[in-house]
Design a protein around this ligand. Structure first.
Ligand code: HEM
Ligand code: HEM
Ligand SMILES: [Fe+2]
Length: 479
C-alpha cells in the first residue's frame, strides 16, 4: 500500500488521493488500538502509568482516533469510487490534495497536544487551543474550523465532479448524504454552558452520524462494491439503497430519543425514543437480507447459465463486505436493541454493556467495510484483475473479528454483572459502583477483554502486513 502510489501509473487522480487517505487511516487505526490496550490494562492495574498517561487520556485518544480514522477512510473511499461512478476524472483534485495535507498536519498537532498537555482547568482558551471536551469530538476550536474548510474542499470535489459526470443513483444518494453528514458536524460546535443543551446538540452529531448518515454512506459503498466485486445488477442494489435511505432516516432521526432519556430533556422523549429507536434494526435487517439475497441471486444466475459460480474479483474486499452485513446487524441491530427501551436502559445506561455495543457496532458497521474498500483501492492501485485472499488476509480477518467479538462478549458479561449487582441489587449508588467493580465476575471479564484486545492487535499486524504486500504479490502472479 505504501509504494502503491509511486509505482503505478494506472491510478486516476482520485484513486491516488484515496490511497493517501487510506494510509493515514490505517496508521490512526493502529494508534487507536494501542491506546485501547493501554486503557484495558489500566482496568486491571489501576496504577499503570498513573499521572504519566492516565486512563482518561488513553480513552480519549482511543475514541477520537477511532472517529478520525473512519472519517479518513470514508473520504478515501469516496475518492476511490468517484471517477468510476461518474465517469469523470474529477474536478479540482489538486485542491483536494492540499486539503489532505492541511488536515493531516492539523490532526498530528491535535494528537500531540492531547498527549503532552493532559490535564488542567477547562476555559475559553483551552476550548480554542487544547480540547473541546466533547466525547468523541474533542478537537479544539481552531482545528474544528480547519476541518470544516477541508471538508468543504472535499465536498466541492465530489459535488462538482458529480455535476459534470454521470449522475447514477448511488452518486445522487452519496452527494445528498454527504451534505447532511458534513453539516451535522456544525451542531457539535455550538457552544453553551448548559450541560443538558450541550448534550442535546452533541447527540445530533454522534447519533445522527452513526445511526443515519454514516449508515447511508456505507449503504452507498456496499451498493458500489457489490456491482464491482460480484457484478450485482445496478437496478437491484439502487432500489434497495433508496428504500434503506427512506427507512434509515425515518427511524434514525427520531430514534435519537434513546439518548434523551436521562439528560434533562422533556419526558415525551421516553415514548418517542422507545418507539423509533426500536424500529431502527428494521433497515439494518433489510440491508443484511439485501446483501445476502443479491449474493445468492447472482450466484444462482451464473449457475443457470452454466457459468463458473465464483465471480469475485477481490476476495478480501468481498469477505470484509459480508462481515459488514453480519457486523452491522449484530452490533447495531441486536446489541443496540437490547438496551434501547427506557425500561431496560434505566438499568444498563453507562455500564460496560454500552461499551460492548459501542465496540461491536463501530467495528461491525464501519471498520469492516472501510477495510474492504482499502483492499479495493489496492486492487486498483496495482491494476490487478483479481485480488485473491492470502494467508495473511485470512489471519488478519479472522483474528481481528474474533478479537472484537471476544471483547464484546467479555464486556457484555461485565455489563450484566453491573446491572444485577450495582443497579438491581444495590440501587446504583456510588458505593454500589465500586462493589460491582471489585467482584470476580467483573474482574475476570476485564481480563478476558484485555486478552481479546491483544488478539485483535495481532490480527491488525497481519492486516497491515497484508495491505503492504498483497498488491505486489498479485501483480507478480498476473505478470
Ligand atoms: C452502527 C450504528 C451504531 C453505532 C456505531 C453505535 C454506537 C454507540 C456508542 C459508541 C454508544 C455509546 C455512546 C456514549 O459514549 O455514551 C451508543 C449508545 C447507545 N446506542 Fe448505539 N450505535 C449504533 C446503533 C444503534 C442502534 C441501531 C440502536 C438501537 C436499536 C442503538 C442504541 C443505543 C443506545 C440505547 C445507547 C445508549 C446507551 C446508554 O444509555 O448507555 N445504537 N451507541
Ligand atoms: C485492541 C483492541 C481494543 C481495546 C483493548 C479497547 C479498549 C477500550 C477501552 C478500555 C475503552 C474504555 C471503556 C470504558 O470507558 O469503560 C474503550 C472504549 C471504546 N472503544 Fe475500544 N478497544 C479496542 C478496540 C476497539 C475497536 C476495534 C473499536 C471500534 C472499531 C473500538 C471502539 C470503542 C468505542 C466506541 C469506545 C467507547 C465506548 C463507550 O464509551 O461506550 N475499540 N475501548
Ligand atoms: Fe443512538
Amino acid at each position: 500500500m505504501l509504494t502503491s502510489i509511486k509505482e503505478n501509473k494506472l491510478t486516476t487522480k482520485g484513486q491516488e488521493l484515496g490511497m493517501m487517505y487510506f494510509r493515514v487511516a490505517i496508521i490512526l487505526f493502529g494508534a487507536q488500538l494501542l491506546m485501547g490496550l493501554i486503557a484495558a490494562f489500566q482496568f486491571l492495574f489501576p496504577s499503570l502509568l498513573f499521572e504519566l498517561f492516565d486512563f482518561s487520556v488513553a480513552r480519549m485518544v482511543h475514541i477520537n482516533a477511532l472517529v478520525v480514522w473512519m472519517l479518513y477512510a470514508m473520504i478515501g473511499s469516496t475518492y476511490i469510487m468517484l471517477t468510476e461512478e461518474t465517469g469523470h476524472e474529477g474536478v479540482a483534485l489538486g485542491l483536494g490534495k492540499l486539503g489532505f495535507w492541511v488536515l493531516t498536519v492539523a490532526v498530528t498537532v491535535v494528537v500531540l497536544v492531547y498527549i503532552f498537555v493532559q490535564v488542567g482547568a477547562g476555559n475559553e482558551t483551552t476550548l480554542w487551543l487544547i480540547n473541546e471536551g466533547r466525547e468523541y469530538l474533542e478537537a479544539p476550536r481552531w482545528a474544528d474550523i480547519g476541518i470544516v474548510v477541508v471538508v468543504l474542499i472535499f465536498y466541492f470535489n465530489v459535488f462538482a465532479t458529480y455535476m459534470k459526470g454521470e449522475k447514477t443513483g448511488i452518486m445522487t444518494v452519496m452527494v445528498a448524504n454527504l451534505m447532511a453528514l458534513a453539516g451535522l458536524y456544525l451542531a457539535g460546535m455550538i457552544y453553551t454552558d448548559n450541560i443538558s443543551m450541550d448534550q442535546f446538540w452533541w447527540w445530533w452529531v454522534i447519533h445522527l452520524w452513526v445511526e443515519a448518515t454514516w449508515e447511508v454512506f456505507v449503504g452507498t459503498l456496499a451498493a458500489f462494491a457489490l456491482i464491482r466485486l460480484i457484478g450485482a445488477k445496478r437496478e437491484v442494489v439502487e432500489m434497495w439503497l433508496w428504500i434503506e435511505v427512506l427507512m434509515l432516516f425515518g427511524s434514525g432521526i427520531l430514534g435519537m430519543g434513546h439518548h434523551y432519556f436521562w439528560i434533562g430533556t422533556p419526558e415525551y422523549w421516553w415514548e418517542i425514543g422507545a418507539l423509533f429507536s426500536a424500529l431502527e434494526p428494521v433497515p439494518l435487517i433489510a440491508m443484511f437480507v439485501h446483501v445476502l439475497y443479491d449474493w445468492g441471486k447472482e450466484q444462482g444466475a451464473h449457475e443457470a447459465k452454466g457459468e463458473p459460480k465464483s465471480v469475485i474479483t477481490n476476495g478480501p474486499a468481498m469477505s470484509w463486505l459480508v462481515l459488514n452485513a453480519f457486523g452491522n446487524f449484530l452490533g447495531a441491530g441486536i446489541w443496540g436493541f437490547f438496551h434501547t427501551l427506557p425500561q431496560v436502559n434505566i438499568y444498563t445506561h453507562g455500564t460496560q454493556f454500552t461499551a460492548a455495543h459501542g465496540h461491536l457496532s463501530f467495528f461491525g458497521a464501519y471498520a469492516t467495510i472501510l477495510i474492504g474498500m482499502m483492499y479495493y483501492g489496492i486492487q486498483k492501485a496495482y491494476g490487478v484483475e483479481r485480488l485473491k485472499a492470502t494467508f495473511k488476509s485470512k489471519m488478519g480477518m479472522f483474528l481481528v473479528t474474533f478479537g472484537v467479538m471476544g471483547m464484546t462478549i467479555a464486556l457484555t458479561i461485565a455489563g450484566y454483572e453491573q446491572v444485577l449487582v450495582e443497579r438491581g441489587e444495590m440501587g446504583a449508588t456510588w458505593n454500589a459502583f465500586f462493589t460491582a467493580q471489585n467482584l470476580p465476575w467483573y474482574i475476570q471479564a476485564q481480563l478476558w477483554r484485555a486478552i481479546m484486545g491483544v488478539v485483535t492487535f495481532v490480527g491488525f499486524i497481519y492486516l497491515v502486513w497484508d495491505l503492504l504486500t498483497i498488491g505486489k504479490e498479485a501483480q507478480g502472479a498476473e505478470a
